[in-house]
Design a protein around this ligand. Structure first.
Ligand code: ADP
Ligand code: GLC
Length: 495
């Protein structure tokens, strides 16, 4: 029995490497703001812990020092600051920020240097996040506030359950959420000692992973419970290839693993009030969506024509997201005819290939390289259909944003995409569930056949409106999923 705290609404320390709007590289940033906000709305005392990157420190107006961590043997001096993150006009989340200039005060991505390589000291950068998370969740904490649960997110926080496991004394229970198993935080074996973990933890029953150490493996091995961000992905990662080497461990722990679909922040993403788009619209006023398409075509230098179907795609340029398939089908897509608008950044080779694609098809394909929150909203509103040919997708948020925006998604049938999009067939149209298009095989042929299927549906006004309205009627709110997290927290009070 690790807890002396009485049974009540659990207090939760939500440990994360990014949170919107302070720092976001992908869906984890969105989830780290919206899930804690939903839990707090249910009266759970959830507080965040994040690293003090420059954009985090400058994005928070009022901060005060609440603890000093200058004596941690393995790490440079750090201070803990307390602040609040506004999540709406009326709500905010208490936030602990680790201010460690030596590790975090550098411009650029939280994970990569300007040459797109991992920061060489990432083991210490995220070792410190994990370590302070563990301290705050134990009786070694300098704070009066003590959580019952340490909720860890992705590899950057994976050592918290390991540190807590080896802590003698009172400590919180641990939950490890996998947002993406492809990122595992792998470092040389010597990091085990450098980060202050006992030598005995370097074992197959521990942090060892094919001769190296893995932060994620540590979390998956030592956490009391594991969640991932959709039921389908929870099943997929228990086998090869989507288990990325962890399938054995995950299959062995399947009784302690739950797949919980993400929700979306319906205040941030709502076509009725979205300030990033040209004209607001609702399910019953769908005609007001059209000016957004007009503006998007104009802004992107595409031929302005309301009749040509316009496909949108946003996301990290990485192997996961299936841009290679898009590059293969794009020339045929323009002949259908259809237009394409892409927003993203990442892999330099893909950036070059996509820029060349746009240059080859002026007026038909437009590509914007970069991270642009406002443009991402306009694409969701202005495109007719949204593409996600992801090889794998733990949950995916854009397919939910697009259904909410009356922009039916076309997706590969995998992970969270499979769980949130209903393929358009005569049956699903009849029963009112059709909300997009799915393709089964990760091939250019299957993708192209499905694109053609979507274009045929687009030209059938009744079918298309049906898809749009079905998607917009779906409830993607966080409520139901947040309630499942709460149940898991409560069950962990007993461990
Ligand atoms: P992942 O976390 O794997 O990148 P998700 O679909 O869960 O995928 O979330 C991606 C989030 O990041 C979405 O909110 C998406 O709009 C946003 N995003 C990704 N790339 C960009 C970009 N270049 N500009 C603006 N937003 C982006
Ligand atoms: C990851 C996944 C994505 C998921 C997001 C938030 O980055 O790739 O599918 O939606 O985390 O959980």
């Amino acid at each position: 029995m690790t807890h002396t705290l009485s049974r009540q609404e659990p207090r939760v320390l939500f440990i994360t490497p990014e949170v919107f709007p302070l720092c976001k590289t992908g869906g984890l940033g969105d989830v780290s703001a919206a899930l804690p906000a939903a839990l707090r709305a249910m009266r759970l005392d959830v507080r965040l812990l994040i690293p003090g990157y420059p954009q985090v420190l400058s994005g928070l107006k009022y901060k005060r020092k609440v603890a000093d961590f200058s004596g941690l043997p393995q790490f440079p001096p750090a201070r803990l600051l307390s602040a609040r993150l506004a999540v709406s006009a009326s709500a905010s989340i208490p936030l602990f920020v680790i201010d460690c200039p030596e590790l975090y005060r550098r411009e650029g991505s939280p994970y990569l240097d300007e040459t797109e390589r991992d920061w060489p000291d990432n083991a210490f950068r995220f070792g410190l996040l994990s370590k302070i998370g563990a301290i705050l969740a134990s009786d070694a904490s300098p704070l009066a506030w003590r959580p019952h649960i340490a909720h860890c997110n992705d590899w950057q926080t994976g050592l918290t359950p390991a540190y807590l496991h080896f802590h003698q004394g009172q400590k919180a229970a641990t939950l490890m959420t996998i947002h993406n198993l492809a990122f595992q935080g792998i470092f040389p074996a010597g990091s085990v000692a450098e980060l202050g973990l006992p030598a005995s933890s370097f074992d197959i029953q521990g942090v060892e992973y094919f001769g190296s150490m893995s932060f994620l493996k540590a979390g998956l091995y030592y956490a009391h419970h594991i969640t991932t961000v959709s039921p389908s992905y929870a099943a997929e990662i228990q086998t090869d290839p989507l288990g990325f080497g962890m399938q054995g461990l995950l299959a062995a722990r399947h009784k302690n693993m739950t797949g919980i679909i993400n929700g979306i922040d319906t205040q941030e993403w709502d076509p009725a009030i979205d300030s990033h788009i040209v004209r607001n619209y609702t399910r019953s006023r769908l005609s007001a969506k059209a000016p957004n398409k007009h503006a998007l075509q104009q802004m992107m230098g595409l031929i302005v024509d309301p009749a040509i179907p316009l496909f949108g795609m946003i996301g990290r340029f990485s192997h996961q997201k299936g841009y290679d398939l898009l590059l293969q089908v794009a020339p045929q897509l323009t002949k259908i005819p259809a237009q394409l608008v892409v927003l993203g950044n990442g892999d330099a080779v893909l950036e070059d290939k996509l820029a060349l694609l746009a240059a080859t098809y002026p007026g038909k394909i437009a590509v914007t390289i970069g991270f642009n929150e406002a443009l991402s909203h306009l694409i969701e509103a202005g495109a007719d259909s949204f593409l996600m040919p992801s090889r794998f997708e733990p949950c995916g948020l854009n397919q939910m944003y697009s259904q909410h925006y009356g922009t039916p998604p076309l997706v590969h049938a995998t992970g969270g995409l499979l769980d949130t999009v209903v393929d358009c067939t005569p049956e699903t149209l009849a029963d009112g569930s059709a909300s997009g298009f799915l393709f089964k095989n990760m091939t250019a042929e299957d993708f192209l056949v499905t694109l053609k299927r979507a274009v045929i549906a687009y030209h059938d006004k009744k079918t298309w409106q049906c898809l749009q309205k079905n998607g917009m009627a779906k409830d993607f709110n966080w409520h139901a999923s947040a309630a499942i997290y709460r149940e898991i927290y409560l069950s962990l009070l007993e461990v």
